[in-house]
Ligand binder design. Structure first.
Ligand code: ADP
Length: 621
């Protein structure tokens, strides 16, 4: 994969990951919990269960009961009276949602105890006192008659969506009042626990948390708003004892329904209810097997990850409007996920998938938007570079072309000796080969800087490359009477594109010759330092000012000294050298003193094994 693409992919993945993490973190905020609850209630109301005939009934102690039966202080007597009235009908189980933990001297205790004694499958409430982490149980003479004690979960004032089936205080575990009533109604002896369920007889109640949370699938109210679970008050029963028949074979929940006396009036997604009704509803959920199971955190993260990945793919494989359409569809799908899950009885939080979809789609879309803009900018730059390259090629090609042109003209115009003719033909041949090589080099450099070409990785002796360049530069040096000298060349191989590297070395040698006066020496040397090979070309020429040194690698830049010295360069050679060297993972250093000379050093990664040739060699030309 080209480097530019790799950088793009890594950046894109990072941005998406950031958006995903942000979305998940946001979905854990209290505000998101609140939104999840609102969405839950909305789905709950939109998808009510098909009503079923309830198997529970409420024996209520309402305002009229208190009025007719001497008020709240006679609560125990009222319960006793109610139980006596339904006794003959034979209820399946009776759960009393009244705390009977205090007042052992109450004169009504005896009557209530007697009523309890005659009540089969009796479940009494026990209350957890959080401050001392203990259960407050019914008075012993009451508990004695109970088949089970169940916790009457303290209901808060907000919407009651679930109850804790299991609660622990002081290492003593109590099941919910409704669960104990359900167990007794089913004739089960135990509640079998496993990490993800509670088993009562043949009924499996799926649970996830340690409190064994049970989502209550409320029986929807009747069209007139009345509860589907029948409610008969003790006063009504006293006035018409035949109503006792309604309690036959039912699970009875006994509790205060009077507004004035109720400790709390919790809300359900439908309406406001008294606490005892909530217990009956929880019982109905279990009795009818209408379970809603909360999805595990792992699954939430998994689905959200999938949404993030899809968002990423959408903007990679589609573009423009199409991308936005698919992105929008993904967001829509994320909004629908909790609804679809709900239809299958799974409670899926609303904010996590929705926030993930919004964040990831926005992040992917923005990244792509900026990427497209950058691509446009790159295209403009590439165009400019291309024009510059054409400019450069035409400049450099001029000298071999002039030579070919001149020589061929001479050959055509004059009669020449065979020897001369041969020499000229050779010259045309070598110059045209140089031209071809030059074009190839330019094209390679162009493709390299456009990131389109993978470098060839030949392994070749640095010495051989230096030798070849010296050969080629020698005629030029001879003409100026400059001595070319190869000092110590360490026997390490170089790794890379030999053609391009020779171009770089040759360029430094010809520059050194061009910008040096006659009768000076140009020295080339190579020594290894760590994993790099330092290849330097030093001259005793005109040198450069420090200010000029900064610019010499720019295209078409020529120093003032070079201009006045009469050398007509193109000002592009060094920019190519620098490109070649950096593409090979190396760098180029220069030191120079005006009037004294310059030293160009290219530092390149060397091959691994040294050659078997002699350790060093001195060559003089
Ligand atoms: P050209 O030599 O064709 O002008 P280059 O890119 O090779 O282009 O060099 C850029 C400029 O750097 C040259 O014009 C010259 O002014 C300066 N320069 C390069 N090499 C040397 C050197 N060895 N000594 C002094 N000046 C140099």
């Amino acid at each position: 994969m080209p480097r530019r693409h790799r950088r793009f992919t890594a950046g894109y993945a990072l941005v998406l990951l950031g958006a995903f993490v942000l979305a998940i973190a946001a979905s854990w905020m209290p505000l998101s919990d609140h939104v999840d609850d609102i969405a839950y209630d909305w789905m709950f109301l939109r998808q009510p269960p098909k009503p079923w005939p309830p198997s529970s009934i409420i024996l209520g102690i309402d305002e009229t009961t208190f009025e007719k039966m001497d008020g709240q202080s006679h609560l125990r007597q009222i319960i006793a009276r109610g139980l006596e009235l339904i006794e003959k009908a034979g209820p399946k189980a009776v759960a009393v949602d009244v705390i009977l933990a205090d007042d052992p001297k109450n004169p009504e205790n005896a009557a209530l105890e007697a009523a309890f004694a005659k009540t089969p499958n009796l479940v009494l409430s026990s209350d957890r006192i959080a401050s001392i982490d203990r259960w407050e149980d019914p008075l012993p003479f009451f508990s004695r008659h109970a088949a089970a004690l169940g916790h009457a979960h303290r209901l808060t004032n907000s919407v009651c969506r679930s109850i804790q089936l299991r609660q622990i205080a002081g290492h003593v575990r109590r099941w919910a009042l409704a669960l104990e009533a359900f167990r007794l109604a089913r004739g089960a002896q135990y509640i079998e626990e496993s990490p993800d369920s509670l088993q009562v007889g043949s009924t499996l109640i799926p649970v996830t948390t340690s409190e064994a949370l049970l989502y209550i699938r409320y029986l929807p109210p009747l069209p007139d708003g009345a509860s589907r679970i029948p409610e008969i008050s003790v006063a009504q029963l006293a006035a018409d004892p035949s109503l006792a028949e309604s309690f036959r074979g039912k699970v009875v929940f006994v509790g205060v329904t009077a507004m004035s006396a109720a400790q709390d009036r919790p809300m359900t997604p439908y309406d406001t209810q008294s606490g005892v009704v909530i217990h009956a509803q929880a019982y109905e959920t279990m009795a009818h097997g209408q379970f809603l199971v909360p999805v595990s955190n792992k699954s939430v993260i998994g689905i959200c990850m999938l949404i993030g990945v899809l968002a990423g793919f959408i903007f990679v494989f589609t573009s423009g409007v199409q991308g936005y359409v698919f992105g929008g569809l993904l967001i829509l799908a994320a909004h629908l996920t909790p609804h679809i899950a709900f239809t299958t009885g799974v409670v899926f939080p609303y904010t996590a998938p929705v926030l993930t979809a919004w964040f990831c789609v926005s992040a992917a879309a923005s990244y792509m938007h900026f990427f497209v803009r950058r691509q446009l900018r790159d295209a403009e730059r590439d165009k400019a570079r291309y024009l510059e390259a054409i400019h450069m090629v035409s400049h450099e090609m001029r000298s071999p072309l002039t030579a070919i042109q001149g020589t061929s003209e001479l050959m055509g115009r004059y009669t020449l000796s065979d020897d001369k003719r041969k020499q000229m033909a050779q010259m045309i041949n070598s110059e045209s080969k140089r031209l071809a090589r030059m074009i190839q080099t330019f094209l390679d450099v162009e493709r390299l800087s456009a990131g389109e070409m993978d470098l060839r990785t030949d392994s070749f002796a640095a010495q051989d490359a230096v030798e070849a360049c010296l050969q080629r530069a020698r005629p030029l040096a001879d003409r100026k009477e400059i001595q070319l000298r190869a000092a110590q060349i360490d026997p390490w191989p170089l790794k890379g594109d030999r053609e391009l590297m020779e171009y770089a070395i040759y360029n430094l040698l010809t520059n050194a010759v061009k910008y040096s006066p006659p009768n000076t020496t140009v020295t080339i040397a190579a020594h290894a330092e760590g994993s790099m090979l330092h290849l330097s070309v030093a001259d005793q020429g005109i040198g450069m000012e420090p200010a000029e040194l900064k610019n010499i690698f720019k295209k078409f830049y020529r120093t003032r000294k070079a201009e006045t010295s009469g050398e007509v360069g193109t000002g592009i050679g060094l920019s190519i050298v620098e490109q070649i060297v950096t593409h090979h993972g190396g760098r180029i250093d220069v030191t120079s003193t005006p009037g004294k000379g310059s030293c160009f050093t290219i530092v390149l990664p060397r091959g691994t094994a040294p050659e078997t040739a002699p350790a060093s060699k001195m060559v003089s030309h």
